[in-house]
Design a protein around this ligand. Sequence first.
Ligand code: ATP
Ligand code: MG
Length: 212
Amino acid sequence: MATIITIAQQKGGSGKTTFTAHVATELARRGHRVALLDVDPQGSLGRWFMTRYERTSGLKGDITFSTSSAWGVTFECSKYQDDYDFILIDTPPKIDSDLKPALRIADLVVVPVSASEVDLWATEGVLELAAREGKRPLVVLNRARAGTKLSGKIRAALSGLEADTVETVIGQRVAYAEALGQGQGACEYPGAKAASDEMTALTDEVLARLDR
Ligand SMILES: Nc1ncnc2c1ncn2[C@@H]1O[C@H](COP(=O)(O)OP(=O)(O)OP(=O)(O)O)[C@@H](O)[C@H]1O
Ligand SMILES: [Mg+2]
């Protein structure tokens, strides 16, 4: 049975697709079979995947991809349940009842929050919706600048939310964006040691939370 992780946050640009692609490649590097479902009509994850697919001539079957409607995720997941270890569902930047199936089916809901107050304010909506589906999300602080007052403040504020927060803080690193543009994950991208180490630590924490 595949473990299902849904990545959700109504604030655009918080790092949903970034988390999905980099953690997917890290899971694949560890030998897990990973299926990606893109519910976002923007299709960023699909562009990333197609770039990846072209680079590797389709030879690397470690990660598979499909798009899905918001209401169709349950059926789409059923296709992957038996043959994959993880299904990661990337969702669009809006929170409404359409998101319910993706939250309901998740073994874990991950909520990336960029290190700004505006992003923090936007987070309550998804936490409430997740709570209604009986889920306690895992919040990931993204785009943090080490040592800045703002990052420290947001990090402290996260502890007051109805969610758990990962210890690993994701820094603002150009390697994350560059690797995505090449269809790669941080763990595969040359010279991205710091980003790769962060994704290793983050993935360890996600797996620990899932008890895997
Ligand atoms: N930690 C980071 N360091 C540097 N760039 C980042 C980081 N996280 C995200 N980005 C960049 O910020 C932009 C938005 O990130 P991303 O697409 O992952 O957000 P999203 O939540 O999926 O957005 P949307 O809501 O539009 O789907 C992208 O260009 C991405 O490369
Ligand atoms: Mg996205």
